[in-house]
Design a protein. Structure first.
Length: 216
């Protein structure tokens, strides 16, 4: 009786092993058979994504036109980094829910000011009783531009029946440049540029042997 039970137990273990082996074989075979279909589906999905969301391609024109070349002698004495938030909107009347367009633009800009030494003439430098008098040109802003890497549209809301004003972001960028320019002026960038220029030129003239410098 015991031998019979042992045989049945051994037979049962063998059958279970065979069944498990067959299941693993069938699963492996199915995965190998379906692998080309899965790869094709994934490739098709990638192609569809590329069609719906293509990567922009930038193709610069090989022809370069240089319109003007000028020699400069600009002494840059100060730089401002300015941030402004610009609100641009259109169609904000009674039907703004349907046709309105509104965006918030975060603008980061750079303003550089200094003195254009190219405006100076020999008569603007005069030595009087050991004192070097300098008729210095007024400070001016050389650059006031957006930093495109840091500037971005924070939010945009369009009406239900419109795709938005095509030039609204462009107008916001133009307004941002002007606002950055005006903000630097209001903060006194020209006065600081002039004072920094005088400090720099005083040190420069000192190295040339003119210890007493008077700016007019």
């Amino acid at each position: 009786m015991k031998k019979t039970i042992a045989k049945w137990a051994l037979l049962t273990i063998l059958l279970v092993g065979v069944v498990l082996g067959m299941r693993l074989y069938i699963r492996s075979f199915a995965e190998q058979a379906l692998a080309p279909i899965t790869d094709s589906a994934q490739a098709l999905k990638t192609q569809v994504a590329q069609v719906l969301h293509p990567t922009p391609t930038i193709i610069p024109d090989p022809i370069t036109i240089i319109n003007d070349v000028r020699s400069l002698a600009r002494l840059e004495t100060i730089q401002y980094s300015v941030e402004k938030i610009i609100t641009a909107e259109s169609g904000q009347e009674a039907l703004k829910t349907l046709f309105g367009d509104r965006l918030l633009f975060v603008a980061h800009g750079v303003v550089i000011a200094g003195i254009d030494l190219n405006q100076m003439e020999p008569a603007d430098l005069e030595l009087r009783d050991g004192i070097l008098t300098v008729d210095l040109p007024e400070a001016e802003i050389f650059i006031a531009s957006l930093d495109n890497d840091k500037s971005y549209v924070y939010d945009r809301q369009t009406g239900l029946l419109t795709k938005g004003e095509q030039d609204l972001e462009t107008l916001a960028r133009q307004a941002a440049e002007m606002e950055i320019y005006n903000a630097a002026l209001e903060d006194g960038i020209l006065e600081q540029a002039s004072e920094n220029g005088k400090v720099y030129l005083t040190r420069l003239f000192g190295t040339l042997g003119y210890d007493d410098v008077l700016f007019e």
